[in-house]
Design a protein around this ligand. Structure first.
Ligand code: AMP
Ligand code: MG
Length: 339
């Protein structure tokens, strides 16, 4: 099996223990610009991992902004003209536009020109001038994307970047793949987008650490998850430093600058990977009060849970996680429950 995967997917490191009855198959791949880990139990675990990694690679070819032949690149290259897309891409774009509207624009895939200006797209980091940001800001408005069936038209000069939602969408697709292979127990992490399928084989919930944004080798607490998605957005995940300033990759669509909202990380727990991914990015932009208002507001009606870590050393947990979150013992953070 090891050789089969090594041949088929050169980046896949399969280190399963198929000989050990009941042991998991584990694998690590690099895709969508991030490290992805799989731990899958059951007789079809190896096949399920193989199919999942193929699915992720298929999605990367479709959704990446840096792969010239992707559908997203084709749309970006033909902004101002109507383009036919696959049903899958037009549906995902509709969902992204909907999530932008229901986060007051804090999540917006049309931040693409700004993500590029800051150098995050090609990892060639730079600080744009105020004038440059002012010029690009009017291009950020996903409500101007026209989607009719599978016909999509981006406004002239606009571009989209699915970096804030694609891994979450991929985790939903991996969940379907695992289900189709009859897997009952698994945990996957697509660069911090976690999906916990079922419980651990013994019946205990999966334990997922929420990293300490101040020291990502450490953690602030453990989530106990069963059949749930958990996605974290944080400035510490991608950033550069210039002249003593730290500039991270989550852009506030209202200013064009990296979000500076007083939060250092946001973890969202819900029953959809796509929603978790878009929401964690949005809440990071919105800050503590905006996040709490959204969670408690009529649109979302507490339809997700979250863990907010603040710059001033607090960890805020929504009531739905009260018995699914264990603070780290001896931590210097102050823990509060939002109810
Ligand atoms: P995430 O890691 O899911 O929080 O998403 C961050 C990535 O999404 C960035 O690397 C950009 O590609 C893109 N992005 C940055 N800011 C936003 C935003 N406000 N809304 C949507 N996508 C964004
Ligand atoms: Mg996201």
């Amino acid at each position: 099996m090891k050789q089969f995967f090594a041949f088929l997917l050169p980046l896949l490191l399969l280190s399963g223990c198929a000989e050990t009855e009941g042991g998991p198959q584990t694998a690590q791949i690099f895709a969508m610009d991030t490290v992805m880990d799989f731990t899958v139990y059951g007789p079809s675990a190896a096949e399920a991992i193989g199919a999942s990694t193929q699915e992720i690679q298929r999605l990367e070819q479709l959704l990446s902004r840096t792969i010239e032949t992707s559908e997203v690149s084709r749309l970006n290259a033909s902004a101002g003209k109507e383009e036919e897309t696959t049903e899958e891409v037009s549906s995902l774009l509709k969902e992204a536009v909907r999530l932008s509207a229901s986060t007051g624009g804090a999540f917006d895939i049309t931040v693409a020109p700004l993500a590029s200006a800051w150098g995050f797209t090609e990892a060639e980091y730079r600080v744009p001038t105020k004038e440059e940001i002012g010029r690009l800001l009017p291009l950020v408005d996903s409500s101007r994307i026209r989607i009719t069936g599978q016909q999509v038209e981006l406004p002239d000069g606009a571009a989209i970047d699915l970096g804030g939602i694609a891994k979450g969408y991929a985790s939903d697709q991996v969940a379907r793949t695992l289900q189709a292979h009859g897997v009952e127990s698994a945990i996957i992490s697509l660069g911090g987008n976690v999906y916990a399928k079922g419980a651990k084989p013994g019946g205990d919930p999966w334990r997922v650490a929420v990293r300490d944004p101040g020291d990502p080798a450490d953690y602030v607490g453990m989530l106990l998850l069963e059949d749930a998605y958990a996605v974290t957005s944080g400035g510490y995940q991608r950033y550069f430093e210039q002249a003593g300033h730290i500039y991270h990759h989550i852009i506030d669509p209202s200013t064009g600058y990296p979000a500076d909202s007083g939060l250092t990380s946001v973890t969202v727990v819900s029953s959809s990977g796509t929603v978790c991914d878009a929401l964690s990015t949005a809440l990071f932009v919105l800050g503590e009060q905006g996040a709490v208002d959204l969670w408690d507001g009529a649109d979302w009606d507490r339809g997700f849970d979250m863990v907010l870590v603040t710059e001033d050393g607090r960890v805020l947990i929504t009531a739905g996680l009260a018995d699914r979150f264990e603070p780290k013992e001896g931590s210097a953070y102050v823990y509060e429950t939002l109810s």
